[in-house]
Design a protein around this ligand. Structure first.
Ligand code: AMP
Length: 132
């Protein structure tokens, strides 16, 4: 694979029909916890911890590679400021929490719109389950 092909494969074309795009367009409801000009955050529909919030940019970015390479600094800053604010407001910052951004197939990314999971409210255990 050429470097250009590898870079293209790392950032699949944005799918306007993904479920978070529908939430952003108001076609599907969400349990909103935060919104600003660049960011929307809502509770995960299938929470894996007492606190499980998804933080997404309003811009069309498929994954963290796309966001990191292509989002303007104001959008990148807004997303991480939102993560920090939400972690404080949800009361998980002091005891600790985990942020996860699953990416593409090996990362187990199900929804192809970049999102950061905020998980907390209990000890979360090891980062990964051993497979050996
Ligand atoms: P990922 O595997 O990182 O792509 O995570 C996608 C997450 O989106 C999962 O944790 C799902 O439970 C969550 N999810 C899917 N549909 C919705 C929805 N309509 N509202 C809130 N969360 C959702």
């Amino acid at each position: 694979m050429t470097q250009q092909a590898a870079e293209t494969a790392a950032i699949p074309a944005y799918d306007d029909n993904n479920i978070f795009a529908k939430i952003l367009r108001g076609e599907i409801p969400c349990d909103k916890v935060y919104e600003d000009d660049h960011v929307l955050a809502f509770n995960d529909i299938s929470p894996q911890a007492p606190v499980h919030v998804l933080v997404i940019p309003k811009g069309k970015y498929t994954n963290v590679t796309d966001f990191g390479e292509n989002a303007p600094p104001a959008e990148v800053a807004a997303l991480w400021r939102a993560v920090a604010q939400i972690s404080q407001e949800k009361g998980v910052a002091a005891d600790g929490f985990r942020t996860i951004a699953n990416t593409n197939a090996n990362g187990g990314q199900e929804v192809p719109h970049f999102h950061v999971h905020i998980l907390g409210g209990r000890p979360l255990g090891p980062m990964l389950t051993r497979r050996d």
